[in-house]
Design a protein around this ligand. Structure first.
Ligand code: FES
Ligand SMILES: [Fe+2]
Length: 350
């Protein structure tokens, strides 16, 4: 009997992506509802073993996982005490900002050593971590979803959220939302949309376009507003009758894979406390549209990244402007100043 196994995924570099390391920015590392006070989760992002925990006072913290003392993983057997984490191996205690606050034996009490503490923020039930290659502090904030987290929308956690690891660089998904032609070929829109708005403001990018989709009740025209906050956070808002807001977040796990997260906010109808069957069907179909076996995910997981893509029509502007915008998130791109020009001819293999 023969068995077929998928080959190990290639690194981002082997797949043609030009910039080494991970992009600067805010990235989703979970949902607030996953961590009650006292909860601890081992997680793995940015090529690092990490521990995420919520203190008894409700504050969330994320530390590099290996205890500075002798390297035990704080996420396996560690315990939350107040806002701190006690190591399971010899009981040393680390604070939410990584400082040592207790050595329970010997005569020195504490030691001047730190576990690396990550910058986190929680907004609208989404947990974001800040990544910068040189650990520089955040220069911008992740989206707040003020309207969506209010009384007019259902809380999406559990029924309209989804996550799984994917063999892709986060930018493969980010490039997808201003990609208008794929709306027809992947998402079965009636035609190829034209952009009605294109705006860049620092780490923020917005592209609006309308589209026509077929529904059991006939064709419906969707007006969409698409926003990116860095290359890890993509927001799609559908305005009008089929109103919804979807956050598609992609966080590097290592240099071969990213964790994809979907969060979809749908407006409450008729004051109902719980989402109905139609809401649940919309959330499920949106998740399929992104991560289903024949949708975006199939493209992203198998594509080779063209540094010098061919382009026609609107793609000339969008590809060039989009990729120019992304350079700010790659310190190597900013430092070398050598833009991979979309107008240069594609080389042999890549
Ligand atoms: S390894 Fe953590 S206290 Fe010793
Ligand atoms: Fe798509």
């Amino acid at each position: 009997m023969t068995t077929h196994t998928e080959p190990d995924p290639l690194t981002f570099t082997e797949r043609g992506f030009p910039w080494p390391g991970y992009p600067t920015g805010w990235f989703q590392v979970g949902w607030s509802a996953e961590l009650a006070p006292g909860d601890i989760r081992p997680v793995h992002y940015f090529g690092r073993e990490l521990v995420l925990y919520r203190g008894e006072d409700g504050t969330l913290a994320m530390l590099d996982a290996f205890c500075p003392h002798m390297g035990a993983h704080l996420g396996y057997g560690g315990t939350v005490e107040g806002s701190c984490l006690r190591c399971p191996y010899h009981g040393w205690v680390w604070s939410a900002d990584g400082g040592n606050v207790e050595i329970p034996y010997g005569d020195r009490g504490t030691i001047n050593a730190r576990a690396h503490a990550w910058r986190l923020t929680e907004r609208a039930g989404v947990v974001y971590a800040w990544y910068h290659r040189d650990d520089e502090p955040p220069s911008w904030q992740p989206p707040a979803f003020e309207e969506e987290s209010g009384a007019g929308f259902y809380d999406p956690y559990g029924w309209a959220t989804h996550t799984e690891p994917l063999r892709m660089h986060p930018q493969f998904a980010s490039e997808n939302f201003p990609d208008l032609a794929h709306m027809h070929y992947v998402h079965r829109w009636r035609g190829i949309p034209e952009p009605t708005e294109w705006k860049v403001d620092g780490p923020y990018l917005r592209v609006d376009y309308p589209g026509t989709i077929g529904t059991p009740r006939g064709d419906v025209v969707l007006e969409t507003v698409n926003e990116a906050y860095g290359v890890g956070l993509n927001i799609n808002r559908v305005v009008g009758e089929l109103r919804s807001t979807t956050l598609g977040a992609f966080t590097p796990i290592d240099d071969r894979t990213s964790r994809g997260f979907i969060t979809m906010w749908l407006p409450r109808t008729d004051g109902a406390d719980q989402p109905g069957g139609l809401h649940r069907a919309m959330a499920a179909s949106n998740i399929q549209e992104l991560f289903g076996p024949t949708s975006d995910r199939r493209i992203w997981e198998h594509m080779h990244y063209r540094q010098h893509p061919l382009h026609v029509g609107y793609e000339t502007t969008l590809t060039r402007d989009y990729r120019q915008w992304t350079r700010q998130f790659y310190p190597d791109a900013a430092e070398t100043g050598t833009a991979p020009s979309p107008f240069r001819k594609e080389g042999g293999g890549g």
